[in-house]
Write a protein that binds this ligand. Structure first.
Ligand SMILES: [Zn+2]
Length: 100
């Protein structure tokens, strides 16, 4: 099943992602594995009020492009891992649809 997110519902989709859904997704794809910088296995995710995962933006200095991202930080060395919030939200919404 494929789902196309429009610009209008893209932000709603990203903001709908819960902490548990994000952790489940990242664990399933093994994005929470060993830190490539220090070998640690512990990661943290910033939370916003309400307990949902914080959303960061990555800006290009050369174009108006902006990428929204979920960011994991290694608890031992501070290494950052980023995932496209749009991509992850789409996968999570597809997963919700397949479960219902
Ligand atoms: Zn590390």
């Amino acid at each position: 099943m494929s789902l196309d997110l429009t610009i209008e519902n893209e932000l709603d989709a990203i903001h709908s992602v819960t902490f548990d859904e994000l952790v489940d997704y990242l664990t399933t794809i093994e994005a929470t594995g060993k830190c490539e910088a220090c070998g640690n296995f512990g990661w943290s995710i910033n939370l916003k009020s309400g307990g949902k995962p914080g959303i960061s933006e990555i800006r290009s200095l050369d174009t108006p492009d902006m990428i929204l991202a979920f960011v994991l930080m290694c608890k031992k060395c501070g290494n950052l891992r980023t995932s496209s919030a749009k991509f992850v939200a789409k996968k999570i919404i597809e997963s919700r649809a397949s479960k219902s």
